[in-house]
Design a protein around this ligand. Structure first.
Ligand code: NAD
Length: 370
């Protein structure tokens, strides 16, 4: 390179350095933006495996950015600070995060901790005046879920549940076909959800932190899926439990539950939730004129399947990226999601889970009203 070209090259590099802020400066600039500029500034609570995935997905979100963290592990906070350019003032722990109420640079907190912690943490976030995005299951029973809905309504903040499939393109294609009558009268739904769970010491197998086993974790996908696929709310449930390993799946942790949901029109949903079968992730919807089958139907994607009209082949975009873009629209612009994701929607699933557990216990048919 000639000395002139080297000079021009260096000059343009230093001009670039002046105009493109370094990552920490960018995050600070972002965190000082206000709502009107259309970016939802999110603090992630719980920097575990799903929290990490959500943050990665938000790197490509146009409307939501990670600007803060709430964690009990200082080493993780240090890593996240570096990775996302998060300033010290936006870092909290589980003891002091109520102080987030005095932080104008955070709009919403995404609660991604073990299930049994969601209620208390979400209510504290609401009381701090911040919008709440909470992972599924939103709580460990309907009574808790109701408290969360009330607390958020009283605080005047939004409560959204991390139902990423409510924004997924192939799922929406099937739901739209059903709404258009393409399947005729819906008659039957099947939802199968399962994987073989490993480490017996993890929180998912501790009832005090999980509130239940496979049902809370993945059975909820078939419950929620049955509702948006069928387009009705169930009125009764029956359920049966099978436990082959009572040491690993102790009292309060369901290993396998089969359950049936009955809908007002006469549609029946037949579902399976299990921690002891691998790669089980299938939805099947049948009507008088056609069908949809999706496998995988609830994993991180690509979601695949077909209907009587052909393949389900909508382009795959990371679910959590789409979810966070859409949730920014719901929170900042008052947009309506294609399938509800609010606290009342989450509460319906919790009512059904309570009824499933009751049906397992009594062996009878339990009436539901959601
Ligand atoms: P994880 O174990 O990987 O992470 C949990 C995080 O919570 C960890 O960072 C942990 O340090 C923190 N934590 C705070 N207090 C804790 C305590 N008292 N005990 C244990 N951990 C504590 O779990 P995960 O897979 O990230 O799941 C977190 C939540 O996200 C769950 O509610 C789960 O159902 C949900 N989730 C949702 C999806 C989805 O696709 N929507 C996928 C996975 C998990």
């Amino acid at each position: 390179m000639s000395s002139r070209r080297i000079f021009l090259h260096q000059a343009s590099l230093s001009a670039l350095a002046m105009t493109i802020p370094s990552l920490p400066n960018f995050a600070e600039a972002m965190s000082s933006r206000n709502d009107q500029e259309g970016v939802l500034r999110v603090a992630i609570m719980g920097l575990g495996s799903y929290g990490t995935r959500v943050a990665q997905a938000m790197e490509s979100s146009k409307r939501a950015k990670v600007v803060g963290v709430i964690s009990g592990t200082p080493s993780k906070v240090e890593n996240w600070k570096k990775k996302y350019g998060i300033p010290d003032k936006n870092c909290y722990n589980y003891e002091n995060f109520d102080a987030i109420k005095d932080n104008p640079d955070i709009d919403a907190v995404y609660v991604i901790t073990p299930n049994a912690l969601h209620k208390e943490q979400s209510i504290r976030v609401a009381k701090a005046g911040k919008h709440v995005i909470c992972e599924k299951p939103m709580a460990i029973n309907a009574a808790e879920a109701k408290e969360m809905v009330t607390a958020c309504e009283e605080a005047g903040v939004k409560l959204l549940i991390g139902y990423r499939l409510h924004f997924e393109a192939n799922t929406l294609k099937v739901v739209n076909m059903r709404k258009a009558g393409d399947f005729g009268d819906i008659k039957f739904f099947q939802g199968l959800s399962g994987f073989m769970i490993g480490d017996p010491t993890q929180w998912r197998l501790d009832p005090a932190l999980s509130g239940g086993g496979a049902m809370m974790d993945i059975g909820i996908y078939s419950i929620n899926g049955a509702r948006y696929m069928v387009g009705e709310e169930p009125i009764w449930v029956t359920a049966q439990e099978v436990k082959t390993d009572p040491v690993k799946f102790k009292e309060g942790i369901d290993e396998t539950i089969t359950f049936q949901l009955g809908f007002p029109s006469g549609v029946v949903a037949s579902c399976l939730s299990t921690y002891s079968q691998n790669n089980l992730d299938k939805f099947f919807l049948n009507g008088t004129k056609g069908f949809a089958e999706m496998q995988p139907s609830t994993g991180y994607g690509p979601i695949k399947g077909r209907t009587h009209q052909g393949a389900l082949d909508e382009p795959h975009i990371m679910h959590q990226t789409v979810q966070m873009d859409q949730m920014a629209g719901i929170i900042l612009d008052g947009a309506e999601p294609p399938i509800p994701v609010d606290g009342r929607e989450g509460l319906k699933d919790m009512v059904i889970i309570d009824a499933i557990f009751e049906a397992v216990k009594t062996g009878g048919k339990v009436a539901i009203s959601v």
